[in-house]
Design a protein around this ligand. Structure first.
Ligand SMILES: [Zn+2]
Length: 71
């Protein structure tokens, strides 16, 4: 008695995102990233948004990584 245990095949449809639909979101998050980088670079530099050194300390390694003058 031979029984074949065939593995059922399920085809999984991979969603595709057209570049035309993806571009505005990429632009939005790119601009948000630039704003974040601006505030990281500006804190304790020319402009410090909140008083104190909290943001500077949080992003200190990132400042060095990006080459901003620090100390
Ligand atoms: Zn430093």
């Amino acid at each position: 008695m031979s029984q074949s245990h065939a593995v059922p095949t399920h085809e999984v449809a991979t969603p595709t995102i057209p570049l035309r639909e993806l571009a505005p979101w990429a632009l939005l998050f790119g601009l948000l990233g630039l704003i974040v980088i601006f505030f990281v670079s500006a804190d304790q530099g020319a402009v410090s948004i909140p008083a104190g050194t909290a943001i500077h300390e949080w992003v200190h390694d990132g400042r060095h990584l990006l080459g901003y003058p620090c100390h």
